[in-house]
Design a protein around this ligand. Structure first.
Ligand code: ZN
Length: 680
C-alpha cells in the first residue's frame, strides 16, 4: 500500500497505536480488501499462477496484509473500547466476513489448491507446507466450497449473520457487566473484605467522583465481594447481578437480553451444519479438532465426571457442614459457596489468596517467569521502553534465544480498567513469516485484568493470578517461539482447538514448583520469598475443592457439546442445562441464574462445541509435564524436546503426531488424575 496519512495503510514493523483513530479504520480496510480482491482476480485469471511459489505464497501474503490492518483494530476494540471505535468495528465486521466467504466459496481458488494437492510438486513440499494445503482444502469444504446455487447463497448469509450475532452477544455481556455497580457509604456493611478489595473499591469510587466504595462486576471487584463479604445480603445482591447479566432476570432484566441471540445462533449453526452434510453442529466443530467424534468427547467427559463425582459430592457436603458450624441458616446458596469455600480453605490450610498477594508483586513475578524460560529453553527476555502502545500501563518485551537471535516480542497489558474487556488472553499481533532471507519476528498481545497498583504499592497478585499470567505467557511462547515459516501454520495458527491449550496449561504447572515460586516471589516491602510454611499450605490447598471445580467445568463442557449435538431435542437451552446439572453438577444454582447468557466462550468466541477442549488439553499438558517430573524438572534435554517438538512446530503437523514425538507415546489421563488428587 502507498504511504498516506492513514497509519493503518502504511507498512509497519509494529502497529502505530498512538496514531490510529476510528476514522482510519474503514478507509484502510476498504483499501486492503479492494487490493486483495484485485490480486485474487489476477491470480485466477493467470493460468501460470499455480503451485506453491506462484500461488499459495501469494495467497498467504494477501491474508497477512489484511491481518496487519485488522489485528490492531480488533485488539483496540477489546482493550480501549469507545463509542466511535465500536461503531466502525461493527460496520467493518460484515465486510471482512463477506470477503472471507467470497474466498472460501471461490471455486477457482479451491481448484488451484486441489491442483497443487494432486500435483507432483506436492510431494516435494515440506511437512508444514503440506499441512497448510490440507488445512486450506478442509476449510474450503467446511466453508461451503462444494455447495451450489441457493445453498451456497444461504450459507454465505448464515456466516455473515453469525459474525454479527456473536459480536452482539459479547457486547451485551460487556454492557451488562459495566451497566451495574453498587455504591456503599457505610463501611460497616463491608465487614470481612480484605484491604486490597476495599482499596480497589475506594479508588473506583474516587474515579467516578462518588463517596465511599464502589463495586462493579469486573472480576477483581466481584470476587472481592462474593468471597469475603460477611453480609449475606450483599453477596446475594452481587451474585444475582453477575449471574443474570444479559438476561431477562436480575436488576437489569431485559436490558441486554442475550436469549433471543442464543436461539438464533443455535438455529443458524444447525442449519449450516446441515448444508455441509453433518448431522449437527457438534460434528462440524469436531471436523477441525484433535478429537474425532461426538461420542468420543462425550465418553471422555462423562468418564471424568464418573471418576470425580463422589469426591465432588463429599467436598460439597463438607462445605455445607462447615457453613452450618459457622452459623449458616437454611440451604447453602450459590452466593455462599465462594465465601464459605474461602473460609474453609483458611481454616483447613490457614491460608487465603489475600495473604499471598504481598509476596507476588507483579515486577518480581515477571522477572522470575522470564528466568524460568531461560532455564528451560535458554531464552532471555528484555524490556523495551521505546515502543509506542495504546495505554500508559502497557509494556513491551523482546525475547532472544541462546544465540542472541531475536525470536519474538510481546505487549503486556496487565491491569483492569474501564473500557477494557474482562478476563485474560493472548492474541496474535504479527506472525512469523519468511520471505527469502528475511524472517518476520512474531509479536503477541498478552492481556490480563489484575488489580492496578494502588498509590505507590505495586500490583500484587494472588497465586491464582500468577497462574493466569503463566497460562497466557504459555500461549505467547507458542506464538513467539515458532520456527514455522508459513503464517497459516506458524505459532498457534492451524493448531487444533482442543490442543491449543497444551502450551498454556503446561506453563501453569510451574507455579507449583518450589524452585520457581522462590524466583517469582518477594515480599513487596520486606523482600523475602514466600515462606516455606505458606508454600506448603498453598501446595496442600492446591486440590482443595478441585473435584467441585471439575464438576463445574464438566457441566459447562457437556452442556456446550450436547447443546450443539442435540439441537431441536430440548424445549430450551435452559431445559438441557437443568438436565446436565442433574447429572453432573454438585451445586444447584438458583432459578434466576442465567449462566448461559454470559457464556461468551461458545456464543461470542470460537469455543462452540469445543469448551471440552480445556479438559482435553489438560490431559495433554499434565502428561507432558509428567515427562519433566520423570526426567528432572530442569532437565535440559526434556526442555529442548518440548521446545523443538511442541513450541517450535506450531500447527505444522497434527497435534497428536507432535505429542507422540515429544512423549514417545499417546496421551494418558493418569497424570491429570494424579495432579488433581483423583488418582485411585
Ligand atoms: Zn488459554
Amino acid at each position: 500500500m502507498n504511504d498516506t496519512s492513514n497509519p493503518l495503510m502504511n507498512h509497519y514493523n509494529l502497529p502505530p497505536f498512538a496514531a490510529i483513530r476510528p476514522e482510519h479504520v474503514e478507509p484502510a480496510l476498504d483499501q486492503v480488501l479492494m487490493e486483495n480482491r484485485a490480486a485474487i482476480t489476477g491470480l485466477v485469471a493467470d493460468d501460470a499462477a499455480t503451485g506453491w511459489d506462484r500461488f499459495v505464497a501469494i495467497m498467504e501474503s494477501l491474508d497477512e496484509r489484511l491481518h496487519r490492518v485488522w489485528s490492531p483494530v480488533s485488539h483496540l476494540n477489546s482493550v480501549m473500547d469507545s463509542e466511535a471505535l465500536r461503531d466502525v468495528y461493527e460496520r467493518c465486521l460484515p465486510k471482512i466476513s463477506e470477503y472471507a466467504t467470497e474466498i472460501a466459496q471461490n471455486p477457482k481458488l479451491y481448484e488451484r489448491y486441489r491442483l497443487l494437492a494432486d500435483s507432483d510438486e506436492f510431494a516435494q513440499l515440506d511437512v508444514a507446507q503440506r499441512q497448510l494445503v490440507n488445512n486450506v482444502l478442509r476449510e474450503f469444504r467446511l466453508n461451503g466450497a462444494e455447495l451450489e446455487g441457493a445453498d451456497k447463497a444461504r450459507f454465505a448469509e448464515i456466516k455473515k449473520r453469525l459474525a454479527l450475532l456473536s459480536n452482539q452477544f459479547s457486547r451485551n455481556v460487556l454492557d451488562a457487566t459495566h451497566g451495574w455497580h453498587l455504591d456503599i457509604i457505610n463501611e460497616a456493611e463491608l465487614a470481612g473484605l480484605p484491604e486490597s478489595a476495599l482499596a480497589l473499591a475506594r479508588q473506583t469510587a474516587e474515579r467516578a467522583g462518588v463517596q465511599g466504595w464502589r463495586f462493579t462486576l469486573d472480576a477483581p471487584s466481584y470476587l472481592g465481594l462474593v468471597e469475603y463479604a460477611d453480609s449475606r445480603d450483599l453477596r446475594e445482591q452481587v451474585y444475582t447481578a453477575f449471574s443474570t447479566r444479559a438476561s431477562d432476570q436480575g436488576p437489569n432484566a431485559g436490558q441486554w437480553d442475550n436469549a433471543p441471540l442464543i436461539d438464533e445462533i443455535l438455529q443458524l449453526r444447525h442449519e449450516m451444519a446441515g448444508l455441509l452434510g453433518f448431522a449437527n453442529y457438534a460434528e462440524l466443530s469436531l471436523a477441525r479438532k484433535m478429537a474425532d467424534t461426538v461420542s468420543e468427547v462425550s465418553d471422555f467427559l462423562y468418564d471424568l465426571s464418573g471418576r470425580s463425582r463422589d469426591v465432588a459430592l463429599k467436598d460439597r457436603q463438607m462445605l455445607e457442614q462447615f457453613a452450618r458450624q459457622q452459623g449458616l441458616d437454611g440451604p447453602l446458596q450459590a452466593w455462599d459457596i465462594p465465601y464459605y469455600g474461602e473460609k474453609l480453605r483458611q481454616q483447613q490450610y490457614a491460608l487465603s489468596q489475600e495473604q499471598l498477594r504481598p509476596y507476588f508483586p507483579l515486577p518480581k513475578v515477571l522477572d522470575g517467569m522470564f528466568d524460568l524460560i531461560g532455564r528451560l529453553y535458554g531464552m532471555r527476555v528484555e524490556a523495551r521502553n521505546d515502543v509506542e502502545t495504546w495505554h500508559d500501563d502497557v509494556r513491551f518485551f523482546q525475547i532472544y534465544d541462546a544465540d542472541n537471535q531475536a525470536r519474538g516480542a510481546f505487549y503486556l497489558d496487565c491491569y483492569a480498567r474501564p473500557h477494557k474487556r474482562g478476563g485474560a488472553w493472548m492474541d496474535d499481533c504479527i506472525t512469523r513469516k519468511r520471505s527469502g532471507d528475511h524472517v518476520q519476528q512474531p509479536v503477541a498481545y498478552l492481556v490480563c485484568n489484575f488489580s492496578p497498583p494502588v498509590g505507590s504499592q505495586p500490583s500484587l497478585l494472588t497465586h491464582d493470578e500468577v497462574t493466569t499470567l503463566f497460562h497466557e505467557f504459555g500461549h505467547g511462547l507458542h506464538h513467539m517461539l515458532t520456527q514455522v515459516d508459513y503464517v497459516s501454520v506458524a505459532g498457534i495458527n492451524g493448531v487444533e482447538w482442543d490442543a491449543v491449550e497444551l502450551p498454556s496449561q503446561f506453563m501453569e504447572n510451574w507455579c507449583w514448583q518450589r524452585d520457581v515460586v522462590d524466583s517469582i516471589s518477594g515480599h513487596y516491602q520486606a523482600g523475602d520469598r514466600l515462606p516455606a510454611e505458606l508454600f506448603d499450605k498453598l501446595y496442600a490447598a492446591r486440590n482443595f475443592q478441585s473435584a467441585m471445580q471439575l464438576a463445574r467445568q464438566l457441566e459447562f463442557s457437556i452442556f456446550d457439546l450436547r447443546l450443539h449435538a442435540e439441537y431441536g431435542q430440548w424445549p430450551s437451552p435452559q431445559a438441557l442445562l437443568d438436565s446436565v446439572r442433574q447429572e453432573v453438577a454438585v451445586v444447584e444454582p438458583p432459578h434466576f441464574n442465567r449462566f448461559q447468557n454470559g457464556f461468551s466462550h461458545i456464543f461470542g468466541g470460537g469455543y462452540a462445541a469445543g469448551y471440552y477442549s480445556y479438559k482435553w488439553a489438560e490431559v495433554l499438558s499434565a502428561d507432558a509435564f509428567g515427562k519433566f517430573e520423570e526426567n528432572g524438572l530442569f532437565d535440559q534435554a526434556t526442555g529442548r524436546a518440548f521446545l523443538e517438538e511442541i513450541l517450535e512446530r506450531g500447527g505444522s503437523q497434527p497435534a497428536m503426531e507432535l505429542f507422540v514425538a515429544f512423549r514417545g507415546r499417546k496421551p494418558s489421563i493418569d497424570a491429570l488424575l494424579r495432579h488433581s488428587g483423583l488418582a485411585a
